[in-house]
Design a protein around this ligand. Structure first.
Ligand SMILES: N[C@@H](CCC(=O)N[C@@H](CS)C(=O)NCC(=O)O)C(=O)O
Length: 217
């Protein structure tokens, strides 16, 4: 393994799946370190030494460790600009790109997690305002064009398409056509379909292996 190898520490059917789709879309060479979440492998000492939070996705690039899906997406997008999916500095879309990636981590995800937990924080104290405000903001943006930043797909759409896929699946956002059409447009790509299929296989294997280990103990 060369020192600049990209390794995605991975568990199927998690936020790490998005990073894997993105690596494929970018044409990046990478290795997968497949971990069985059901067997506790995300909390093993070896993995905690890489990411003390014991979470995936985690990306290592030589000695560099990148955690947090949005940071990983931004890092990879900048590393592979030749794929044509990254609004790089100088591109007029760069500001909106950074804004929407940050809205995902700082506003959308906290809002849907609060919603799932039945927690309604004060709109003034909450870093995202209200759940309804965030969802309306997103619906308004997606209603303007085929993709988040216009007519061309970017890294931001790989991220948001995957996010809407799981939030629609868990009924955390309303299945408005503006969300379902966009999600279908993004996740029908070959890259997503390949990862979804492989994840289904891996998840079945992992559950069986964890079940067998539990039964034997
Ligand atoms: N804020 C993190 C969230 C990562 C996260 O929660 N990952 C989940 C899988 S979707 C995980 O690793 N869960 C395992 C655990 O907490 O034990 C990110 O965006 O990367």
């Amino acid at each position: 393994m060369s020192s600049d190898t990209l390794t995605l520490h991975y568990a199927p059917q998690t936020r790490a799946s998005t990073a894997r789709v993105l690596l494929d879309e970018l044409g990046a060479p990478y290795e997968l370190d497949i971990l069985n979440m059901h067997a506790g492998e995300l909390k093993s000492p070896a993995f905690l030494a890489i990411n003390p939070l014991g979470k995936v996705p985690t990306l290592t690039h030589g000695d560099t460790v990148v955690t947090e899906s949005v940071a990983i997406a931004l890092y990879l997008g900048d590393l592979f600009p030749q794929a044509g999916l990254t609004p790089m500095p100088g591109d007029p879309r760069r500001g909106a790109y950074l804004r929407w990636m940050t809205i995902y981590a700082a506003c959308f995800e906290p809002a849907v997690i609060d919603k799932a937990a039945g927690h309604v924080p004060s709109a003034v104290q909450s870093p995202y305002g209200t759940y309804e405000g965030v969802v309306d903001l997103l619906a308004g943006q997606l209603g303007k064009a085929a993709y988040l930043l216009g007519d061309e797909i970017t890294v931001a759409d790989i991220h948001w398409g995957a996010a809407l896929h799981w939030t629609l699946m868990f009924n955390l956002v309303l299945d408005l056509p503006v969300f379902t059409d966009y999600t279908r447009r993004v996740t029908s790509r070959e890259s997503f379909q390949k990862v979804f299929a492989d994840d289904a296989r891996l998840a079945t294997e992992h559950e069986a292996a964890a079940g067998a280990a539990a039964a034997a103990s």
